[in-house]
Design a protein around this ligand. Structure first.
Ligand code: FEO
Ligand code: CA
Ligand code: CA
Length: 743
């Protein structure tokens, strides 16, 4: 269909711009690159066994959010872990493969009803009631055990639980519509049927659904009073320091206290009081600005540029241009143009109400979601907690997933009191609305610093390029504040997590490829982001960091609130047959991967790490995958020189970069557990408290289909098979002998 071919071309341009670099700051300057010739040794690794150090650290820490259920586990126990499954082979088949002796079952796919009075999903685009159905593009999720009374959280609850599932986007091909979408795309100025927009809005957001254990696996309980959807239309409270900022005033909420909807819910977090954190990632592309929207202040223009909100005529889905809308305001709100004389009469500020971490209380469907502004506004991939320790601040780590963006952490002002564990949103108000946001600087000597993003930091207060009005302005424009502070540009930070055994913090850097803004093109290489080229699809690719890597760090003194750390690269992605200077972690056919994205530490099996991929460069050989890992500790490897050729930003082209690499990843400590169906990404994982069941999300199978209606042009029919339209889905994976997963 011509419409779709045109449309795909538009989409490709549009989506490739979503993770595009909008960071023109001079952080990580060329002078710094030159200065790298004077690298020193980093003493912190010398002379001590880092594994021994890990053991010492581990015994002194609480082990994660659900510390109680893990009492008795020690770092020593974790080092005895062994991966007990046979690795799954790479595959480009349209199927989901798990190891021998395991079973994967689809639990909840796009459109499946979550309420008893909603009809089965026909998957032909004719169903409309997404408020009562699972949304699309399943992403991160979390398992919250229900207590025996069925009215609150029990971290050990394994009979019943609430699953919170993110729905990142609505399938761009428009599988949710009978004949694909009408008039969306970057260059479209045409009106769209409101009925289509309403469905797309409702397919975004979060699903909260009760699951009940039956026969060793879980089923959806469609009668549960907890089941509900939060969508891109749900009323949300704005909380924390930016609440009531004039920069958040809209016609909907002139005082800047509320907004409608949560958007592009990608990865997640969770709190020690049993609430869910859903994170708004690529929200910028949803907003339209009219070409005539020129009378904006210099600060507004700076902010729009830094967050990638251009003055195009459309927005990702053209949601602001509804035809025959009964309530025009519902659609007007996607237009961030200045159209009235005052900010509280239009939606010029609406984009400032997105890009936050949003807290949802799964046990209280009536509690309004809270946008926690103290954690900053950017393309939030996720918000991962460090262990909650009584009397210490709470710490949450976040990545900003766009090319050349930063790593952040939030340290609460309030100290953790375990008596708050059952206080729901009231605990959120206490711990998440006041604290310090930091951005990370990774030094080339293997050390790092956390730079406070506050006006008390002179680099921010005196920043020449942007005059911050107040702390709310700093949080709303956190990217600009991090520019001012001098944070390190990274290769697209995706998921993070804290190893419950030793407190090491991990972060995937999925890739940074672009001939105009990839690593090495405009942004210099550095020790933490040392790669420019790769071998993929049978050729050398010189456009940036193609395969991605996983960085990790240890906070000074094992204290997550510390302002300095030491780091190394846990793993470099590569195909196994690439040259040694590309396959830097020594990957083999049992564990080679590209573009790490999802990353999650099991709490039931401390020390077990899961890695998931969202890759576009190893796809000639394999679909995206999930691997199980038993990582060591920061500093367990050594130094390495990474050879890069023809680096555009370097005057002589070739560049050797010294970095720090973890142990070689043998199959005994890194092994492929799952391969997904065609054109999917694997993203999102959670588990039952006893570790015998894992839940995994398969997102956008068949993404590269050329038609939403012609089955012959679908690249996947998973999970329904036959001629079915492909759907995203949550799957439940169990071991046939009932044992713990992977070990
Ligand atoms: Fe939505 Fe960065 O993945
Ligand atoms: Ca992701
Ligand atoms: Ca990704």
């Amino acid at each position: 269909m011509a419409k779709h071919q045109d449309f795909r071309a538009v989409l490709k341009t549009l989506f490739h711009s979503e993770d595009e670099s909008h960071n023109p700051s001079s952080n990580d300057s060329f002078e710094q690159v030159v200065a790298r010739a004077r690298l020193g040794r980093r003493g912190f690794l010398k002379g001590s066994s880092s594994l021994a150090a890990a053991t010492m650290l581990g015994t002194g820490l609480a082990f994660g959010v659900n510390a109680a259920k893990q009492s008795g586990q020690t770092a020593a126990a974790a080092t005895n872990l062994r991966l007990s499954f046979r690795p799954v082979a790479k595959s480009i088949a349209d199927t989901l493969t798990v190891p021998e002796g395991y079973t994967a079952r689809v639990l909840l796919a796009t459109g499946d009803p979550i309420k008893a009075n909603v009809s089965p999903y026909k998957n032909d685009g004719t169903d409309h009631d997404f408020d009562g159905r699972a949304g699309d593009h399943h992403d991160a999720m979390h398992y919250f055990g229900l207590n025996r009374a069925g009215n609150g959280w029990d971290p050990n609850g394994s009979d019943r639980a609430l699953l919170c599932i993110n729905h990142e986007v609505c399938e761009d091909l428009g599988f949710v519509h009978p004949n694909g979408p009408t008039n969306y795309g970057a260059d479209s100025t045409a009106a769209r049927p409101a009925i289509e927009i309403d469905k797309e809005v409702a397919a975004h957001g979060v699903t909260v659904v009760e699951v009940v254990k039956q026969g060793g696996t879980y089923q959806v309980n469609r009668d549960s009073r907890f089941n509900h959807r939060v969508t891109a239309a749900t009323r949300c409270q704005i909380s924390g320091p930016a609440r009531r900022s004039p920069l958040l005033a809209t016609a909907f909420s002139p005082s800047g206290e509320q907004t409608r909807g949560t958007l592009n819910n990608c990865a997640n977090g969770y709190t020690p009081w049993g609430t869910y954190l859903t994170c708004e990632e690529n929200w910028a592309g949803y907003f339209n600005r009219r070409e005539a929207d020129s009378a904006r202040t210099a600060k507004e223009v700076s902010s729009f540029k830094r967050y990638g909100i251009g003055n195009t005529t459309s927005g990702r889905y053209n949601w602001s241009r509804a035809e025959a809308a009964r309530n025009p305001d519902l659609y007007q709100r996607w237009d961030a143009s200045k159209t009235a004389s005052r900010a509280n009469q239009d939606y010029r500020n609406v984009a400032n109400t997105f890009g936050w971490v949003v807290e949802i209380d799964p046990f209280n469907p009536n509690a309004m979601p809270q946008k926690r502004t103290a954690i900053g506004r950017f393309a939030h991939e996720g918000c991962w907690p460090a262990a909650a320790v009584a009397g210490q601040p709470l710490v949450f780590y976040s990545g900003d997933d766009a090319r050349n963006e930063y790593t952040y952490k939030f340290v609460s002002a309030a100290k953790w009191d375990p008596r708050d564990a059952n206080r729901g949103m009231a605990a959120g108000n206490k711990y998440l609305d006041a604290g310090t946001l930091y951005a990370a600087k990774f030094n080339d000597d293997g050390t790092g610093e956390w730079l406070p993003l506050t006006l008390a930091n002179p680099a921010i207060a005196n920043y020449a390029d942007y005059n911050f009005a107040d702390e709310a302005d700093v949080l709303i424009n956190a990217r600009i504040a991090a520019d001012a502070a001098g944070a390190t540009k990274m290769d697209r930070p995706e998921w993070g997590g804290v190893n419950p055994v030793n407190g090491d913090v991990y972060l995937t850097l999925t890739n940074n490829v672009s001939s105009s803004s990839g690593r090495g093109v405009k942004t210099p290489l550095n020790a933490a982001n040392p790669r420019y080229y790769a071998e993929a699809k049978g050729e050398t690719i010189n456009r940036g960091n193609v395969n991605g890597h996983v960085i990790r760090w240890r906070e000074a003194g094992g204290n997550h609130a510390a302002t300095s750390f030491t780091w190394d690269v846990y793993l470099f992605g590569a195909q196994a047959d690439a040259a040694p200077d590309v396959n830097l972690s020594g990957l083999s056919h049992e564990n080679d991967f590209s573009s790490p994205d999802g990353l999650w530490f099991s709490e039931a099996v401390p020390g077990l790490l899961w890695l998931q991929t969202d890759d576009g460069y190893y796809t000639d050989v394999t679909n995206c995958m999930m691997l199980a890992a038993l990582p060591g500790a920061v500093g367990d490897g050594g130094t390495k020189m990474v050879s890069n050729k023809a680096v555009p930003i370097n005057s002589d082209g070739d560049q050797q970069v010294k970095t720090y690499v973890g142990q070689v990843a043998s199959p005994t400590v890194l092994s492929r557990f799952l391969v997904g169906p065609r054109d999917c990404e694997i993203t999102g994982i959670t588990e039952s408290p006893d570790g015998t069941v894992i839940f995994v999300n398969i997102q956008h199978p068949g993404e590269n289909s050329e038609s939403a209606t012609d089955p012959a042009q679908f690249t996947s029919h998973w999970p329904d098979g036959g001629n079915a339209r492909p759907r995203s889905a949550t799957v439940v994976i169990t071991r046939n002998d009932g044992g713990k997963i992977a070990v």
